[in-house]
Design a binder for this molecule. Structure first.
Ligand code: ZN
Ligand code: ZN
Ligand code: FE
Length: 759
């Protein structure tokens, strides 16, 4: 046995509230060390006495295999004289200043799952089972520090058994704040449509109703789902009618991975996402023999699947059907319903029954949505499971600020100490309830993260609610406000994620964003860094007859592109022949006279125009439907087709009018619309590569950044990445935040931070 030494060890990062101290305790036992472990505002501090080799092995073990939920950013060890400890102890925290990061909600772990399905366990079939490694966090926390009394679990005093687990340092429920069991914890209740208790085992009753084709509102982690059986079109149609959601895809929850693979093709990265502790919805390609009826997701070859992430979900899907539609319980664009009392009123016309429980949800949190393109995992919606995990960003002075986010798919973002805290999905700020959720979400985050912003960052659009509220906040707090251009923010969101500081070629393709020239941008080639940008090139701008109306009635965009390309609307194709004469005249006049017809260079509107021109969609029922059906028409593309014509002028304006001419010719020749769609996708890629080559020649920039809602289109994303790489470019796309407007707040934040830290 070697000489006894002492050591001071420190770990920083996500090391609190993740079972780190009990883990250290167990490791100390293993390596026969004496000493202490404690939390401090600077992370975890360990002091030990023991053999030199043991101390080193102990340090290495923790560093290399920490508890699953922890992330070690920094570690430190100093060997010194032994202090003479008699045993190993977890020392109570000093009064902690600052804040400790709050963990996202975590899917049920394997250990807990084993107990839930073990008939001899005291938690057999208990739907609220959890431990230090899993369970609710973000959705139950009411204040910090993260302690049971500061969560919605405070109203459930622990029974003796739970308490002894909670207090035992070597138990895996040591300090598991939501710890509960059937004796002391939350309980399920099944209500009928009027809110009267159905006297039956709640889970069995729920399954019975689902099997009868009923819609059951089920309270989960971050809010209610509407659950129903997917195989009966009558049942699905009824929900579509009640929810006023005629076509938008519904997500599904499926028993396990092998069951999922009966319905969809699942690649390695997709499998990893499905099984991850974040448990997002993953968009997966349907198998050719997939038994899920088209009505569940009529416009696309992809299904949004997720695996169960709470014991309740596991029990339901093992005892009941192996797959269920589980769609967010809300009315069209309103926020998720998450309180028992609101469920009964807000969902009264939708749900036939309610499976509720008496554990309150502190704040709503939608399911997250992801997709994989090539090997890139892309978040489409970043919410449950991911929020409020910080994204590290470069900060010289540790400044604090708040970025208000955009109008659609809103999230907001706080920055503090070089960390960006992006909010859960708030949604479109177009209705009163979303605005309420937005305001209370901001108050909540400011308080929870003890954030005192030195600046407010907003979009440039003067009429966005988020901009107006940002100005209000800046007045109230007497701090400056910065306005950031929408597409600059999109590109900067990638720069923040990847820590890129130099100039890049920023390709921002999306629907709408207020431009510096007060037109609507959306097909943009920027040269950008986190401070400023130059609009190098863009799509030739066309009119949006009727303004906002043309976003929904996408046939207006087709008319606009036709007029721009032919200077007349007397064109012999079905799209024009079938058009209502009076409406066509009216729209034509608006375009010619420029009445209520703002200019746009939007990529999304170009997709809409072609989709309508091919007769695939004329009025969208949900966001991006035109582009989604156009992509489905193309099918999966792995190579470029021959390009249509386009031109690029001296100001780098990419003019797609020649392409519209070509498409009209093809329509006249009855060319298959799937080929037209493939050539259309390809043309955008060719034109973009041309622009990138030109920038590389002129400015020697090799890094290309892709962001914007259009990159939810797999063909566009896949082809652009593939062919840009082939040209020798380094290509970057969002992975930690969505490329759509859900990621804009991060971009705003990093631009704001660069500005204030420069001054
Ligand atoms: Zn667990
Ligand atoms: Zn208990
Ligand atoms: Fe956008």
């Amino acid at each position: 046995m070697g000489k006894k030494v002492g050591a001071l060890i420190k770990f920083r990062g996500i090391v609190q509230g993740v079972g780190f101290r009990p883990f250290v305790y167990r490791m100390a036992q293993k390596y026969k060390l004496k000493g202490t472990v404690k939390n401090s505002s600077k992370g975890v501090i360990i002091e030990v006495d023991g053999g030199l080799e043991d101390v080193k092995a102990f340090y290495k073990h923790i560093k290399e295999n920490p508890p699953v939920l922890s992330v070690i950013d920094e570690s430190y060890i100093e060997i010194k004289k032994a202090s003479g400890f008699k045993d190993f102890e977890i020392v109570k925290s000093e009064k902690e200043e600052g804040f400790t990061p709050i963990s996202p909600d975590i899917a049920t772990c394997d250990d807990c799952l084993r107990e839930v399905f073990d008939p001899s366990d005291r938690r057999y079939l208990y739907p609220f089972t959890n431990c230090t490694n899993c369970g609710p966090r973000f959705t139950i926390i009411e204040d910090i520090p993260y302690d049971r009394k500061n969560t919605t679990m405070h109203k459930f005093p622990m029974c003796d058994d739970c308490r002894s687990e909670y207090e035992d340092p070597i138990n895996r429920r040591y300090h598991a704040q939501p710890n509960a069991c059937p004796v002391c914890g939350p309980q399920l209740i099944l209500w009928n449509s009027e809110g009267k208790v159905i006297e039956e085992d709640p889970i069995e009753g729920c399954i019975r109703l689902l099997e009868k084709g009923k819609v059951v509102a089920i309270k989960g982690l971050g809010g209610f789902h509407l659950a129903l059986y997917p195989f009966d079109d009558k049942v699905v149609k009824r929900l579509r009618d009640r929810k006023k959601r005629p076509a938008k895809p519904f997500a599904l929850m499926v028993r396990d991975l092998s069951t999922a693979s009966n319905y969809c093709n699942i690649g390695k990265s997709e499998e990893k996402l499905l099984l991850s502790r974040e448990r997002p919805i993953v968009l997966l390609e349907r198998k050719s023999n997939c038994a899920i009826p088209p009505l569940v997701a009529p416009d696309t070859d992809f299904l949004g699947l997720m695996l169960p992430y709470t014991p309740l979900h596991h029990i339901l899907l093992r005892k009941g059907p192996e797959i269920l539609i589980m769609t967010s319980a809300n009315l069209s664009e309103e926020p998720l319903v998450y309180r028992n009392e609101n469920a009964l009123t807000d969902l009264s016309r939708i749900a036939d029954a309610y499976l509720v429980n008496n554990r309150d949800i502190a704040r709503p949190c939608d399911d997250s949505v992801t997709m994989v393109v090539d090997e890139n995992s892309i978040l489409i919606r970043r919410s449950r499971g991911y929020v409020p995990k910080a994204i590290p960003i470069k900060s010289k002075k540790g400044s604090q600020l708040i970025a208000m986010g955009p109008f659609e798919k809103n999230t907001f973002c706080l920055v503090k100490d070089g960390r960006a805290f992006i909010s859960h999905h708030i949604g479109d700020l177009g209705n009163e309830k979303s605005v309420e959720a937005y305001i209370s979400g901001i108050e909540d985050f400011l308080r929870m993260f003890r954030c005192e912003p030195q600046a407010v960052v907003c979009d440039m659009h003067p009429d966005y609610y988020s901009t107006r509220y940002g100005i209000e906040l800046s007045n109230k707090m007497k701090i400056p406000v910065y306005n950031v251009q929408h597409h600059h923010a999109h590109i900067a969101s990638v720069l923040a994620e990847k820590g890129i500081e130099e100039d890049v070629i920023g390709i921002a393709f999306d629907g709408t964003g207020f431009g510096q020239d007060e037109t609507i941008w959306g097909g943009e080639y920027l040269i950008a860094n986190t401070e400023s940008f130059e609009r190098y090139g863009y799509f030739y701008s066309v009119k949006m007859p009727g303004g906002e109306k043309a976003i929904r009635e996408i046939d207006r965009m087709a008319v606009s592109y036709l007029y721009e390309s032919f200077n007349s609307l007397d064109i012999d194709i079905p799209f024009i022949k079938n058009y209502d004469k009076k409406r066509l005249d009216l729209i034509g006049k608006m375009i010619i006279n420029g009445i209520n017809s703002p200019l746009t260079s939007s990529c999304g509107r170009l997709f809409d125009a072609v989709s309508a021109l091919l007769g695939l969609c004329s009025v969208v029922q949900y966001d991006a439907q035109g582009a989604i059906v156009l992509e489905k028409k193309a099918g999966k593309m792995s190579e470029l087709e021959a390009s249509y014509d386009y031109s690029i002028n001296g100001n780098n304006v990419v003019d797609f009018r020649p392409m519209i001419n070509n498409i009209v010719c093809d329509i006249k020749k009855s060319v298959d619309s799937s080929l037209i769609s493939r050539r259309f996708h390809s043309t955008i890629v060719y034109a973009t590569i041309d622009i990138c080559r030109k920038i590389k020649r002129e400015r020697s920039i090799k890094k290309v950044v892709l962001s914007g809602g259009s990159f939810q289109n797999r063909n566009l994303t896949y082809l652009l990445i593939k062919y840009l790489k082939r040209e020798g470019f380094d290509v970057f796309i969002n992975s930690l935040v969505p490329p759509n407007d859900g990621g804009v707040s991060l971009g705003q934040a990093v631009i704001g931070l660069t500005k204030i830290e420069k001054e």
